[in-house]
Design a protein around this ligand. Structure first.
Ligand code: MG
Length: 252
């Protein structure tokens, strides 16, 4: 992989920092609930938020509520739920009606997948439904096939299936991280700034192509994704880069 030398490309007076969480800012944990935020990262993010005039946002598949608990007491602007939730400023509340919920008939049908045996857990996020099989890993393939079959039985609903670590999540295809990033970049203090997006997920791949028209910059983590300007080897390198950005910039 090409090492990233992004320092000269990023001026905190003109950029908006948009950062995926798991696998980008944080090392992967066995389960999302076991992820750990180093205290130094909280301080760095708080410093960069101030230094960019509030133009720093987390961009995650995690729901906003869970993301806030993870980074507490720090609260940051954020896109949550793969783009379903958008909070342009710390302390602001996300618009609950911004995205339509997942069809209740579809949710009920997906819930019947749990009948195949113990260990299948359902997580209703409102705008999406996640089917977890971490406690029944031998049923993973069956769960994935059944989720696909159920979704195919609702041809009138435009849906997207997101496979994850021992989980399959179903959401409307109307929103994703790219649509939410485009929306966020039209809102102050993000509007008019150059987006700098860092991500590693399959769901992040759609964000990179929308960056060039905004004079944006994209970096992937742990793998080179098409269209990126550079690639970090690991989340620790992203954290070190952010530390460096803050250290180099004049304060006040
Ligand atoms: Mg990620």
């Amino acid at each position: 992989m090409t090492p990233v030398r992004p320092a000269a490309m990023v001026d905190l007076d003109e950029v908006a920092l948009l950062l995926d969480i798991d696998g980008t800012l944080l090392d992967f944990a066995p389960t999302p609930s076991e992820a750990w935020v180093p205290p130094a990262l909280r301080r760095t993010l708080a410093g960069l938020l101030a230094r960019t005039g509030g133009a720093l946002a987390l961009v995650s598949g995690r729901p906003l509520a869970g993301l806030d608990l993870l980074f507490a007491p720090l609260e940051l602007p954020a896109i949550g739920g793969h783009g379903a939730e958008l909070r342009p400023a710390a302390g602001a509340s996300a618009d609950p009606d911004r995205t339509p919920g997942l069809d209740p008939r579809l949710k009920r049908t997906l819930a019947t997948i749990a009948e195949i045996g113990p260990g299948i857990l359902l997580e209703d996020k409102g705008y999406s439904l996640a089917v977890h099989y971490r406690l029944a890993p031998d049923k993973g393939e069956t769960v994935r096939e059944m989720v696909a079959a159920v979704c195919a039985s609702f041809p009138e609903l435009p849906l997207e299936i997101l496979p994850g670590m021992a989980v399959v999540e179903v959401k409307p295809s109307a929103f994703d991280k790219a649509t939410a990033v485009a929306e966020l970049m039209r809102i102050a203090p993000f509007a008019g700034r150059r987006p700098v997006f860092v991500g590693d997920d399959v769901t992040d791949e759609r964000v990179f192509p929308i960056l060039p028209p905004m004079r944006g910059i994209g970096f992937s983590v742990s793998r080179r994704i098409d269209g990126v300007d550079g690639c970090f080897d690991a989340p620790a390198d992203v954290r070190a880069w952010l530390d460096g950005l803050l250290a180099r910039q004049p304060v006040g």
